[in-house]
Design a protein around this ligand. Structure first.
Ligand code: SRM
Ligand code: SF4
Length: 566
């Protein structure tokens, strides 16, 4: 890209890090502080963890001139979100003994543990390794956890997309042994071959990179929100290949229109055997052409918009081993999970458990402990922050049903609540401007009362909240999006597609809970009266002229003043 502009500070940190080692190991020995050195806090992301501080305590500790209440959040790399029951028990043990006693399922099919003190990180990493899990490249300027549609009841297809997720994840992993050396004490091989990063490069990628694999008609992974998406094309019960989508991303900054969410563009089709090559080559184009000066302009979506989609596709084609074919037809129907039981012909069953905002604690934690102790099936994390207890053999289903009932995990929830997602936000997220996970459940309760009045309780309207505009719960592709501005205040977005193929648009700026309910209630009323057939709420608000359709990212902020109510 532009070679005149200085590289961002992170590029220097990466270049000087000796392939991600920095001074992390030394920092762990400094017991006088709960924090790590500033540069190392950038490098730890590549090792899967973030330094944070308890924001509920920040002001008080500041007054008392105490160090912030530092702790760490650890994110695992779990391609396609699949773990065994014994791995689940391992995660739970570490959550209870080394973290804050909760397990947090994320919007990208993995687990985060919060509240880990510096002195506990190493034993936590070793505990994960003991159950064959790791945190390598879960965060940082690399390819992150690769996610795939959580659809275990379409067994062969599911097995194909989840294996592809695992294979891509492995193929794109950093080659450095830094993680193994620092956390597991692996010896450096003296005089061995010099380490290199053949795919990612010695300064890694300009920014984070995300891959999702969808299995239509479900778009539970929100494939168009990711840098790179694969959409499985199924013919006669087999995946014959994948449509490839590029340039999705959600993050933006309030008041900076040059930052925007963008849905991915479908650029062609590849055979299953070529998918890994496509992933590698998209990554290398971004590696070589992404913006390394301005991190706010460094995601693939901006690389593509800066050079134009045609040029991007031409650059990619030059690198591909096999050229892309024209995209094949496909269609999506929803982004949600199918909650409850589903049974295969041979009696094998799957139960999708609703986990409100992905936070597992209390009765849910003990219930899942008891289910994991049965030692059957697999635990599959979904991109909607839910959990599928997959592949339960017929003989074990009554035991699982009994445990779900005993722990109150089989209770029905409204259509709105099961279609709701909130990011973590306060108190752990350092970027949060407002509450999210701790607030959305109450707001949904108020909205449920309104929906009840118009007979819409079972309607699955997607609603997503984030505590800042970074978009961690993908609020810009939901039918109702709420994005934090300042404590108690949100921007309200409307008109995303139920099946996640269209961005929503700003409808009300700076509204509190009362104003959100006041804005939505009349729309629910008119939707109940005027909708045509199965018309979705997100489509209705566009047809009714409440907001205009937004298809691309570049025009996301256009004409806002004309449209936004007071
Ligand atoms: Fe995110 C940063 C949590 C999915 C866009 N995200 C963060 C950090 C690490 C805050 C930070 O940098 O200090 C948050 C940690 C909070 C905490 O206390 O745990 C955080 N993001 C999350 C999770 C846990 C939200 C959740 O409730 O599940 C999700 C973890 C996913 C995972 O397992 O890997 C999570 N983040 C996403 C998504 C959704 C997705 O990828 O499908 C997005 C939007 C898609 C995208 O990347 O464009 C997302 N997170 C961001 C951004 C904005 C990136 C950008 O391009 O502008 C940031 C800030 C940054 O990178 O500078 C961010
Ligand atoms: Fe934090 Fe913002 Fe992401 Fe929410 S959207 S977890 S507040 S960075």
């Amino acid at each position: 890209m532009d070679t005149e502009r200085p590289l961002s500070a992170n590029e220097r940190i990466k270049a000087e890090s000796r392939l991600l080692r920095g001074t992390i190991a030394e920092g762990l020995t400094h017991v006088e502080t709960g924090a790590l050195a500033d540069d190392d806090t950038q490098l730890t992301k590549f090792h899967g963890f973030y330094q944070q501080d308890d924001r509920d305590l920040r002001a008080e500790r500041g007054k008392q001139r105490m160090e912030k209440a530092f702790s760490f959040m650890v994110r695992m790399r779990i391609p396609a979100g699949i773990v065994t029951p014994s791995q689940w028990l391992g995660i739970e043990k570490l959550a209870l003994e080394r973290a804050n006693g909760t397990i947090r399922l994320t919007t990208r099919e993995t687990v985060q543990l919060h509240g880990i003190l510096k002195g506990n990180i190493q034993s936590l990493m070793q505990g994960l390794n003991d159950v064959s899990l790791d945190t390598i490249a879960a965060c940082g300027d690399v390819n992150r956890n690769v996610i795939a549609s959580a659809d275990p009841w379409r067994r062969d297809l599911y097995s194909a997309v989840s294996s592809l997720a695992r294979d891509i994840s492995t193929h794109l992993l950093p080659h450095t042994r830094a993680w193994h050396e620092i956390w597991l004490g692996e010896e450096k091989v003296a005089g061995g071959v010099e380490e290199d990063e053949p795919i990612l490069g010695r300064t890694y990628l300009p920014r984070k990179f995300k891959i999702a694999i969808a299995l239509p008609p479900h778009n539970d992974v929100d494939v168009f929100a990711h840098d790179l998406g694969f959409i499985a094309i199924v013919q006669r019960g087999k995946i014959i290949g994948y449509n490839v989508s590029v340039g999705g991303g959600m993050g933006m900054t309030h008041g900076e229109p040059e930052t925007y969410p963008r849905t991915g563009d479908v650029i062609g089709f590849c055979k299953p055997r070529d998918a890994i090559d496509v992933a590698e080559k998209v990554v290398t184009v971004q590696r070589d052409h992404g913006d390394r000066s301005n991190r706010k302009h460094a995601r693939l979506k901006y690389t593509i918009d800066a050079m134009g989609l045609d040029r991007f596709v031409a650059l990619l084609s030059d690198r591909l081993t096999v050229k892309l074919e024209p995209a094949r037809p496909y269609s999506f129907t929803s982004t949600g999970d199918r909650l409850g039981w589903a049974q295969e012909e041979d009696g094998t069953a799957h139960f999708t458990l609703f986990v409100e905002n992905g936070r597992i604690r209390g009765r849910m934690l003990t219930g899942l402990h008891a289910i994991a102790e049965l030692g059957v099936g697999r635990f599959v994390m979904t991109a909607n922050q839910n959990l599928v207890l997959a592949d339960i053999p017929p003989a074990s289903r009554p035991d699982v049903e009994a445990l779900l009932a005993t722990h109150g995990l089989d209770q029905p929830v409204s259509g709105l609540r099961r279609s709701a997602m909130a990011c973590v936000a306060l108190p752990t997220c350092g970027l949060a401007l407002a509450e999210s996970e701790r607030y959305l459940p109450d707001l949904v309760t108020r909205l449920e009362d309104e929906l009840d009045r118009f007979g819409l309780r079972e309607d699955e309207i997607t609603i997503r909240m984030t505590g800042c505009p970074n978009g961690c719960a993908r609020p810009y592709v939901s039918e109702i999006g709420l994005v934090g501005r300042t404590p108690g205040i949100y921007n309200l977005y409307l008109g995303g597609a139920h099946e996640g193929v269209r961005l929503n648009k700003l409808h009300r700026r700076d509204v509190d809970g009362d104003a959100i309910v006041a804005a939505l209630s009349p729309l629910f009323a008119s939707y109940a009266k005027e909708r045509k057939g199965d018309e979705r709420f997100g489509d209705y608000v566009i047809r009714a002229g409440v907001v205009h359709e937004t298809t691309a990212g570049l025009n996301f902020h256009e004409n806002l003043s004309a449209e936004v109510g007071n």
